[in-house]
Design a protein around this ligand. Structure first.
Ligand code: B1M
Length: 209
């Protein structure tokens, strides 16, 4: 692997945002394409971070610092990606459902999705079903719903119903997750997929798109 790409990869794995930022710039200056920096270092490193999380080597704090490092690299890279016309894998509107203010898991899922090459529209917390419907009308191809409370889980169903009522259910994938959410619940409310953590969410999102 080109030496700057290896340094970016290692920087993300180690959560070293300063190194990632400077090495992305150095790779660009050395003539490496933005696409290669994205695919061969940033995205592949986040894939490895996800694997470490799944095998229990990394925990939430390590994942958060790695995701932040990846984001600093993306900030430098973004204008060059636009210049090279690199399309995102897809557009995901993410939010914590209505009545629910928990956002740490949702942010982590958003960062992993971004690390997997998706464009993220972050709708925040306490998001009303109509806002998700609006996001689909504005081009989101996937909706990612997070809920941490048993009392707010039913609001995921309200989002699916809102999409059905708006006649746009078939044009969007709905991914759900959060501590109290289960595969069975996802099926019951008619979601397209359930992921138990941020890493699995990124893997599943790529399959769904
Ligand atoms: Co709250 N809270 N909280 N809380 N809180 C829980 C969730 C709770 C389990 C604590 C407890 O009682 N043991 C409990 C829920 C009980 C239940 O419903 N069964 C609870 C409660 C009751 C409440 C309040 C009602 C307390 C009160 O006021 N009486 C209140 C509700 C406010 C509201 O939302 N309306 C409340 C408030 C808060 C704080 C504001 C203080 C704070 C949130 C701060 C914030 O998010 N900015 C808070 C916190 C921090 C927690 C705990 C301690 C930690 C949650 C967390 O961030 N975990 C939590 C107890 C616990 O989990 N140990 C608790 C780390 C995070 C990385 O994990 O969000 O699960 P998590 O995300 C995971 C997966 O779930 C998954 O991926 C992530 C990991 O990779 N995931 C997805 C999440 N979303 C996904 C989406 C996907 C796929 C995967 O696809 C789209």
């Amino acid at each position: 692997m080109q030496e700057n790409l290896q340094a970016i990869y290692d920087g993300v794995i180690n959560g070293d945002a300063n190194t990632v930022e400077s090495e992305v710039q150095a790779a660009l200056d050395a003539g490496v394409s933005a696409r290669s920096i994205l695919d061969d270092s940033l995205v592949s490193a986040m894939g490895q971070v996800g694997a470490y999380f799944e095998e229990g080597t990394y925990f939430v704090p390590e994942m958060l610092v790695a995701a932040r490092a990846m984001k600093s690299g993306l900030t430098v890279l973004r204008p060059y990606l636009v210049e090279e016309d690199v399309e995102p894998v897809g557009t995901v509107a993410i939010g914590t459902v209505q009545g629910d203010l928990h956002d740490i898991g949702k942010n982590l899922v958003g960062m992993m999705l971004e690390g997997a090459g998706f464009e993220i529209i972050d709708l925040g917390v306490n998001v009303a079903p109509a806002k998700f419907v609006d996001a689909v009308n504005e081009g989101a191809e996937m909706i990612a719903l997070s809920a941490l409370l048993t009392t707010t889980m039913p609001n995921m169903k309200a989002v699916v119903s809102g999409l059905e009522q708006a006649g746009i259910r078939e044009q969007v994938k709905v991914l759900v997750g959060g501590a109290p959410v289960t595969e069975a619940f996802a099926e019951q409310i008619g979601a397209d997929g359930y992921a138990k953590d941020a890493s699995q969410a990124a893997t599943l999102a790529k399959k769904l798109i």
